[in-house]
Design a protein around this ligand. Structure first.
Ligand SMILES: [Zn+2]
Length: 497
């Protein structure tokens, strides 16, 4: 009830975005989205979590389903996992403080509409759960799937794992696979890239945990009770892409408000906490103006034990405690917040088209610097650095491995190394968007970003849809130009001449 009142009051705000209020985007998307309800208890001492999850799922395809697939991402951390293992050898040092540690997910039971149903754990590394539907699910019909599961949280500085300071719960629950093109997207975890592809869903998550811990969570807190040293929080989120939580006994929290959005910074060991909160404010305000209004009421920036620089989840981003350079720490905050627009609101299949959200997040980050001079970098310096490091990478790669496949439009699994993936997705990505801006003009480029956000909010885009939007919005026939970047035929040396 409280929630509905809050929405109504926002509807009366005079400022309307794309002809309707931003909250309308969330409300409208939530009406057709699936809903996860999860009740979970964290055992901090044993680093386990037991949970019961109910997914209200609507078959939005034309097919009839006799089963539904779920990703079991935590099994990428299990002993014996190979094909889909979450940590590569080169990452092991950053990942493990105390030697290799394993975790995973055990499925205890599955029900459809309250009745026990058969299920099987499948895939190369038990990375999939197949739940049989005793009653076939016809197009347009809704069913309730209930899954009880138990997590073992590994001692690893990763999306799912615990480190010296934080317990990270990212990609922790069975998430329903996307069904499109008459098939289920069942790809497993990979150590490179963000190997996830989720659609927008609603969440109500209840977590019971030791009161000595502080919880940072996606969504908005609905209620909190404490009894016998245990706290039970209920969080709700409408129309978000994934639901993550981080806990720590060491968290301090500082908060501020930007219009309707509360920004919280959860941190430990940070002498510049206030400045980092300000970076988050600057990023949110900049991208609100540049791309379109952030449609949610909360954004959590969370310092976490994490092997990469940062990680984006809806309403919540990890910033790695392994980033010790001040400028880089700020850069990670800006990049991860840019992902709230690119992947969070405008989604894409990150396994097939990682360059879309990473390229757009990097490009938005580059634009941030000209709009916020106090950060001491210009956009052209960022682009110049990207170009020289890309060319250096090509030279070195050529010497070590021979010919480089410089095409971008291909799945994560086709890149030979993490470095190759990073250069062709992030670095070449930012160079491509900057180059498109050179061709069509900066103000048209900004209109293209806004058009993408307006047209595909709460959906998932393909490269074709992205290119179409750019061509239509700019009024220029740039399809073959963008295609030449994606297929690798554009010669970057010419840009540096
Ligand atoms: Zn990113």
């Amino acid at each position: 009830m409280k929630k509905i009142l809050a929405f109504l009051s926002i509807l009366f705000l005079p400022f309307l975005f794309f002809g309707c209020s931003t909250t309308d985007i969330v409300t409208r998307a939530s009406e057709t989205a699936n809903t996860y309800e999860i009740v979970a208890t964290l055992d901090n001492e044993n680093k386990t979590l037991s949970a019961s999850m109910t997914l209200s799922y609507t078959n939005q395809s034309a097919s009839t389903f006799e089963f539904i697939y779920f990703h079991l991402h935590p099994n990428a951390f299990s002993e014996g996992a190979s094909t889909n293992y979450a940590v590569s050898q080169t990452q092991a040092e950053r990942a493990y403080d105390n030697g290799v540690s394993y975790g995973g997910i055990e499925i205890l039971s599955a029900k459809q509409n309250g009745e026990d149903t058969n299920f099987s754990v499948e895939g190369a590394d038990d990375h999939l759960l197949k739940v049989d539907l005793s009653n076939a699910l016809k197009s347009g019909d809704m069913t309730e799937i209930e899954i009880d599961f138990q997590l073992t949280i590994p001692n690893v500085n990763h999306r799912f794992g615990y480190g010296k300071h934080t317990i990270n719960l990212g990609n922790w629950y069975p998430s329903v696979c996307v069904f499109e093109g008459e098939e289920w997207n069942t790809e497993g975890y990979l150590p490179s890239g963000d190997p996830f592809y989720n659609q927008i869903a609603n969440y109500v998550v209840t977590l019971t945990y030791d009161s000595s811990l502080t919880l940072a969570s996606s969504g908005e807190l609905q209620s909190s009770t404490t009894e016998n040293g245990k706290t039970t929080d209920v969080y709700q989120a409408l129309a978000i892409r994934d639901f993550a939580m981080v806990l720590s006994s060491e968290f301090d929290v500082i908060s501020t408000q930007v219009d309707d959005v509360t920004i919280n910074y959860f941190y430990f060991e940070d002498e510049n906490a206030q400045a980092h909160l300000q970076t988050a404010v600057d990023a949110l305000e900049t991208f609100n103006d540049l791309i379109g209004e952030y449609p949610y009421n909360v954004l959590n920036v969370v310092k976490a034990c994490f092997l990469h620089g940062g990680m984006e989840y809806s309403n919540l981003v990890y910033i790695s405690d392994q980033v010790t350079n001040e400028a880089e720490y700020n850069n990670v905050i800006i990049h991860e917040i840019a992902h709230q627009w690119w992947y969070g609101v405008v989604g894409n299949n990150q396994i097939k088209y990682g360059f879309i959200d990473e390229g757009l997040a990097e490009y938005s980050t580059a634009l941030f610097y000209d709009l916020n001079e106090e950060y001491g970098q210009t956009t052209s310096e960022v682009i110049g650095n990207a170009l020289s490091s890309y060319l250096l990478f090509c030279d070195v790669y050529g010497e070590v491995y021979g010919n480089l496949d410089s095409s971008m439009n291909r799945p994560i699994s086709t890149f030979n190394t993490e470095t190759e993936y990073v250069y062709l997705t992030y670095v070449k990505g930012v160079l491509m968007f900057d180059s498109i801006a050179e061709v069509i003009g900066q103000s048209k480029m900004e209109k293209c970003l806004q058009a993408l956000y307006e047209k595909y909010a709460m959906q998932e885009i393909t490269p074709t849809q992205m290119i179409e939007t750019f061509s239509k919005t700019s009024g220029r026939k740039i399809e073959s130009y963008i295609a030449s970047w994606l297929d690798g035929t554009v010669i970057l040396e010419e840009l540096s001449a």
